[in-house]
Design a binder for this molecule. Structure first.
Ligand code: F6P
Length: 529
């Protein structure tokens, strides 16, 4: 791809930025009482207000020109028709097919049916442990995209939960699985080993620990893989059925994951089984419908009325033209507590790249640093830097209008809403320094989006997930990035495999730099002691 900065649409935006450098959002609002109407878009239970950004109608039009110039329309079509748009891995990106009731290839449809059957059989007590008792607890073992999606959804849909106790293990730190297993009974515990590759060391190490725990509890002694009794307590979600089979997981307990579904885009696949078990198939299917609703909107709406395109394009304005280095994800909902972590992986693993899809070094673009925490806790932690820090941080407020927890008939939720709206207003207006000591002055003019949700329910959550998936895709297309690979995590994996025998004391220290050698030596000494 030729230099992004030399493209006509990019240059037009740069000139526009120079021309509008002195603009303050206060004046934009003062000059247009209908600004919200012009700068908002709704879809079902979601409403995006992007009026509190440093943009005019002209900025928005130029950003849409940029999206058009990058051929977002063509790329979304190529994604939908299953072209191999993930070129470095020679794969399509099939996450939309996962929730398309009329679409998807045979493999995806069969996997969805297998997942539904397994979900219903477990919840109905038809699929039991080795001793015939129904499962009361489910431990999902996975990493990255094979962990964050279901963990986020299970927490978000707490109000809909009527299934077994669901717990998650993602860290190879034994402290986590020890804590998760505490209080569980092997006879009534099911493990989901979710790993697209079925080679991720952290996941396999935890699965082996689960295997040993089950073996001991069920009194089964076995060889390398899970025996029959232990095997009855495992479901695998994977694209590598062979390795799952070698582990001892039976054919009927393996849910296939299509090669074309990337980990961080996989929550609507079998990877979401833990969520389906928690809330039941009907609710999980409603989440798929919500995601499909957003898919259709993304595919069918014109770019200037297209929620993911607008969110992506505004993000690029903030990052590349205004210099925002970070994006704060600020859900005003306890249940959405894992949304910042989920979106951090989605954005940073997809677009945290400096090489374009054609191999050239990018001269602009790339994912911002994504972080966040639910309001109001975050307000008392890091909002200070968003309001008055020297670095520009853009924010997405995600605010459900209704709560599932009207506790004690009190007004918690209205207070929560008041805080959310006050924060975005303060970021926009700031406070005039006239008559104030300097430390009390707020410049304001800090960009934010507000996404209102009618309430957090399976449908709106599905819409929200797909909204951000497509936003990330739109940004990738404009930046010229392949968002579906993640080569940057490979080197660490390779080096860890080489270093492990040295830390274990089974191999002499390799040819490392003096820092790494010194660290390994100290770890070995600690192990020996
Ligand atoms: O962190 C790298 C990564 O490859 C992610 O993209 C992926 O979601 C995660 O590891 C887990 O991979 P797998 O599902 O193959 O275990």
């Amino acid at each position: 791809m030729a230099s992004l900065k030399s493209s006509p649409a990019w240059k037009a935006l740069e000139a526009h930025r120079e021309k509008t450098a002195g603009l303050h959002m206060r004046d934009l609002f003062a000059g247009d009482k209908d600004r919200l109407k012009a700068m908002s878009v709704g879809l079902g239970g979601l409403f995006l207000d992007y009026s509190k950004n440093r943009v005019s109608a002209e900025t928005c039009a130029l950003l849409i020109d940029l999206a058009r110039e990058a051929d977002v329309e063509g790329w979304r079509g190529r994604m939908a028709t299953g072209e191999n748009i993930n070129t470095t891995e020679g794969r399509p990106a099939l996450h939309m097919a996962l929730r398309d009731p009329g679409g998807g290839n045979g493999e995806i449809i069969a996997a969805r049916k297998a997942m539904e059957r397994i979900c219903n059989d477990i919840r109905d007590g038809k699929m039991t442990g080795a001793t015939g008792k129904p499962f009361q607890a489910v431990v999902h073992i996975g990493a990255g995209g094979s962990h964050l999606g279901p963990a986020m959804v299970v927490r978000a849909l707490k109000a809909y939960r009527d299934g077994p106790d669901i717990r998650f293990v993602c860290n190879v730190d034994g402290a986590q699985i020890a804590q998760v297993l505490d209080g569980l009974v092997p006879e009534t515990t099911l493990f989901i080993a979710a790993s697209k590759s079925f080679t991720t060391e952290e996941t396999l190490t935890n699965a082996r620990t689960a295997y040993a725990w089950l073996s001991e509890g069920l009194g089964e002694t076995g060889g390398g893989g899970a025996g029959e009794a232990v095997g009855a307590h495992f479901i695998a979600v994977t694209a590598n059925a062979g390795a799952a089979g070698d582990f001892g997981i039976g054919e009927n307990s393996i849910i296939a994951l299509a090669e074309g579904v990337g980990g961080r885009f996989s929550v609507c696949s079998g990877v979401g089984l833990a969520a389906a078990l928690a809330v039941g198939w009907e609710n999980f299917a409603a989440m798929l419908s919500g995601a499909h609703d957003m898919d259709r909107h993304f595919m069918e709406s014109s770019l200037d009325a297209n929620m993911p395109v607008i969110l992506g394009a505004i993000g690029i304005w903030n990052i590349d033209f205004l210099g925002a280095e970070a994006l704060a994800i600020l859900p005003y909902d306890e249940g959405l507590g894992l949304l910042p972590a989920y979106l951090r992986q989605l954005e940073m693993e997809s677009n945290g790249k400096s090489t374009g899809r054609d191999g050239t070094v990018l001269d602009a673009g790339g994912a911002p640093i994504v972080f966040g925490q639910p309001g109001t806790g975050g307000q008392h932690a890091f909002y200070q830097a968003i309001h008055q820090g020297r670095r520009l941080i853009a924010s997405d407020f995600i605010v459900p209008l209704r709560t599932h927890h009207p506790i004690g008939g009190g007004d918690h939720h209205q207070r929560l809403l008041a805080n959310a709206f006050a924060q975005s207003q303060a970021l926009m207006t700031g406070r005039d320094s006239a008559g104030q000591p300097p430390h009390r002055a707020f410049e304001g003019n800090r960009p934010s989006n507000t996404i209102l949700m009618d309430r957090v329910d399976p449908f709106t959550l599905g819409q929200l997930i797909a909204l951000y998936e497509h936003k990330v895709f739109v940004q990738a297309v404009i930046w010229g990035i392949n968002p579906f690979d993640q080569w940057g995590v490979e080197l660490g994996k390779e080096l860890a495999a080489a270093i492990l025998p040295e830390v274990l004391g089974r191999a002499a220290s390799g040819d490392h730099d003096c820092s790494t050698r010194g660290l390994i030596a100290r770890a070995r000494k600690a192990k020996e002691e």
